[in-house]
Design a protein around this ligand. Structure first.
Ligand code: ZN
Length: 198
């Protein structure tokens, strides 16, 4: 039974198609938006469109940024000779939240997965190798401990080793298959401190 007209249903459907939002939440959000003052909705829509149009990848680490460099790469106080390789910007955010990592990052935007047909050329590996031509002391591989994450870690390790740069892997205190972003800060720090050469 149709309860609402097309416009309301369209809004609910659009919202429900977003990750992590079920029909009930979509409904709640839709009703909330409809009840908002027009100026608030305009601002929300404008913010979304502006972010979509202007957010790009940091020229150094491929993190999300709205200018040439992301705030981490632009910070001269960070240790630019230590690069932590993560799968996505959410993992970077998880490590940043600990406030204890002083190096910089490299965001791969994915992991190698032969099963899904994602090869080394489909993630930001070339950009990492270009960075390693500069002055780098250590590459810390912090990909997830899933099959894809481990495959990616091994692949990167093989690529980096011949350059003579130290390659380490975060400790496996991280539960197998666990997404980095869901792991608490203490576990993340322990994994970082317990990293081993690979
Ligand atoms: Zn950056």
């Amino acid at each position: 039974m149709e309860m609402y007209n097309g416009l309301i249903n369209n809004l609910i459907d659009e919202l429900a198609s977003l990750p992590g939002i079920g029909t009930k939440s979509a409904q709640r959000l839709a009703f909330h938006m409809i009840a908002l003052p027009q100026s608030k909705v305009d601002h929300l829509a404008h913010t979304m469109m502006k972010a979509r149009a202007e957010v790009r990848y940091c020229e150094q680490c491929c993190n999300l940024a709205d200018s040439e460099l992301c705030p981490v790469c632009a910070n001269p106080k960070r240790d630019h000779k230590t690069i932590m390789v993560v799968e996505n910007p959410r993992d970077l955010a998880a490590y940043e939240k600990t406030g204890r990592y002083e190096g910089v990052y490299h965001v791969l935007h994915g992991a190698i997965s032969p099963m899904l047909g994602i090869g080394p050329g489909d993630i930001r590996l070339k950009e990492l190798m270009t960075r390693l031509e500069g002055d780098v002391d250590e590459v810390i591989i912090a990909t997830n401990s899933s099959l894809e994450g481990e495959t990616t870690a091994m692949y990167i390790s093989k690529l980096v080793k011949p350059t003579g740069i130290r390659v380490t892997r975060i400790a496996s205190g991280v539960p197998v298959g666990g997404d980095l972003e869901y792991i608490d800060e203490v576990t993340l720090l322990r994994a970082l401190e317990g990293r081993t050469e690979i």
